[in-house]
Ligand binder design. Sequence first.
Ligand code: FES
Length: 70
Amino acid sequence: MPVDRCICHNITFVKLKRLANEKGLKSIDEIRENGLASSKCKLCEPYIKTLLKTGETSFKPGLFSKKRSE
Ligand code: FES
């Protein structure tokens, strides 16, 4: 299953992208200030940052998970 939403705010990245465009939101901070996404667990943060940069709305699971160094 791809990563395609902020689970905590129950909003898909497709919808988030549309709302961010409509409201002219260009940063993760602006998205948080508007209460749209990413103000709780923040696991979605790197995905939303990439969405803002590239417009992508669906990602491979674990794409941004940290690798263990041990
Ligand atoms: S998944 Fe976005 S804040 Fe938790």
